[in-house]
Design a protein around this ligand. Structure first.
Ligand code: SF4
Length: 64
């Protein structure tokens, strides 16, 4: 089953750390002022796991 990374917007501090680690997965939306997940066929598990590990607010997770 396909897994999607997800960000809890209530916790995210827009530090952009996840964009530095995985710019093909995470991006900042200037219009909403929120981080968002880029729609992809597949997500690089290693990079998303790295972003999860390094997120200072602990607000990234995998969802089915
Ligand atoms: S690393 Fe975490 S806190 Fe920082 S922008 Fe990404 S999701 Fe938000």
């Amino acid at each position: 089953m396909k897994k999607y990374p997800s960000i809890d917007p209530g916790l995210c501090s827009n530090c952009l750390g996840c964009v530095e680690i995985a710019p093909k997965v995470f991006r900042y939306n200037r219009e909403t002022g929120l981080m968002e997940i880029i729609e992809r066929e597949e997500y690089p598990i290693d990079l998303v796991d790295e972003a999860i590990k390094n997120c200072p607010e602990d607000c990234i997770s995998w969802e089915d």
